[in-house]
Design a protein around this ligand. Structure first.
Ligand SMILES: [Zn+2]
Length: 106
């Protein structure tokens, strides 16, 4: 409805929580999750990929910066916004370090 929310890519309902989204802030539940989300190092590779897939495929439910930050955390690297245009490719790349997964828990 508001220009700002549209420019930010927010939709009116959260795909994950099926609740209306606060247009200015994003989905309250998603934001609450992000505020206390586990660090990537506390998750297994599979958990990280599952969560990445969720963020990449659901309609955007939080402000871009918040989403971006979480995806970078999960991917373990800095990303460019255009990478999010191709979730399949992104997820394939994210799987690549899996061979060294045992060494990630330093
Ligand atoms: Zn949500």
């Amino acid at each position: 409805m508001t220009q700002r929310a549209m420019a930010d890519g927010l939709t009116s309902e959260c795909d994950i929580h099926l609740v209306p989204i606060d247009e200015a802030r994003g989905c309250t539940y998603c934001l609450r999750f992000l505020a206390s989300a586990p660090k990537a190092g506390e998750l297994t590779l599979l958990q990280r990929l599952d969560e990445l897939e969720q963020w990449l495929t659901a309609r955007r439910s939080v402000p871009t910066e918040a989403l971006y930050e979480r995806i970078e955390e999960l991917a373990g690297r800095g990303i460019s916004l255009h990478e999010l245009d191709d979730p399949d490719l992104f997820l394939r790349r994210a799987q690549r370090p899996s061979r060294q997964t045992d060494y990630w828990d330093w």
